[in-house]
Design a protein around this ligand. Structure first.
Ligand code: GLU
Length: 302
């Protein structure tokens, strides 16, 4: 589809399992927002954490997106093929990074608490050099001192409104290269969004707490800060985010009728009122203008 605006959006699934109703909501919201803005929609396979990638999952996700009528623009980007790019970004960050020799237990023992995403806040043990007797395990990025203005990262989410986080107390110095040798999601996502020219990030609200760290890295790397829209995540009856680990069922529509049903269920979750559609094409023909009419309104106000 031709890009008639400067909007570039993306869907960035981690191939740790098949597409399910929860990931379809994120895919749909990003697709609708891109198409409603007459923009491009890219797909990036976030297989940077190769230990969690399930063989064949990425191909399955791509095939299903295609069946569901979500055609992406350009080439699919695979993070596992871009290690040299993350290495170059780390080199650019230079003295902002430092080697850390602490393991999880040592960090948890310091009892500084956990960041909103559940990771333990780093006490800064190796900030001024590896502690005696330690060898490098990971690479961390230094966050600003609590006293300075730079510590508070604020942005306006299109759904949640103003969001602010004190990096020093709510995240601490965070890992960009992990002890298992893989680059961390936080670095890869920032580098790729910048390199792909992404202007608008639409994704699940479980990632809103990661956004200040990503904005911090964007500032350090001197790349633009995109607009953000975090949409609600689908939860199971126990209130857990739907994922393979929490028992999400793989979407596997057997025919077009089931494909339309899956699309309608995700649209209903996004409060998009839609009449019955007889085909995947008819669904999108109704859904894109319905989303366009709602841009700027609260998500539940349809
Ligand atoms: N790869 C992440 C996931 O599947 C999404 C990352 C993002 O959209 O920034 O949850």
């Amino acid at each position: 589809m031709p890009n008639r605006s400067n909007y570039i959006g993306r869907f960035a699934p981690s191939p740790s399992g098949p597409l399910h109703q929860g990931s379809l909501v994120a895919a749909m919201a990003s697709y609708l927002d891109a198409r409603a803005h007459h923009g491009s929609w890219l797909v990036r396979i976030e297989d940077v954490d190769e230990g969690r990638s399930v063989p064949g999952a990425a191909e399955g996700i791509l095939a299903l997106l295609y069946t569901l009528g979500m055609k992406w623009d350009g080439e699919v980007l695979w993070q596992s093929r871009r290690k040299h790019v993350y290495q170059a970004a780390a080199e650019q960050l230079g003295a902002h990074l430092y080697p850390c020799g602490c393991n999880r237990r040592e960090i948890a023992d310091s009892r500084l608490g956990t960041a909103p995403d559940g990771s333990a806040i780093y006490p800064g043990t190796c900030r001024h050099g590896l502690a005696p007797g330690k060898t490098m395990r990971s690479l961390r990025v230094r966050v600003p001192d609590p006293a300075g203005h730079a510590d508070l990262i604020a942005f306006t989410d299109r759904a949640a409104g103003p969001v602010a986080q004190h990096l020093s107390s709510e995240s601490g110095d965070f890992v960009l290269k992990r002890a298992d040798g893989f680059w961390a999601y936080q670095l890869a996502v920032v580098v790729d969004d910048a390199q792909q020219g992404v202007t608008d990030i639409v994704r699940g609200a479980d990632l809103i707490d990661s956004t200040p760290r990503q904005i911090y890295l964007q500032r350090l790397l001197g790349v633009p800060v995109p607009r953000y829209l975090h949409v609600p995540v689908v939860r199971n009856p126990d209130g857990e985010k739907l994922s393979k680990q929490t028992g999400a069922l793989a979407l596997a529509p057997a025919d077009e009728c089931q494909a339309v049903e899956a699309l309608r269920a995700s649209a209903a979750f996004l409060h998009l009122p839609l009449a019955q559609a007889s085909s995947v094409g008819a669904f999108w023909q109704a859904a894109i203008p319905a989303w366009a009419n709602r841009i700027g309104l609260p998500l539940a106000a349809a």
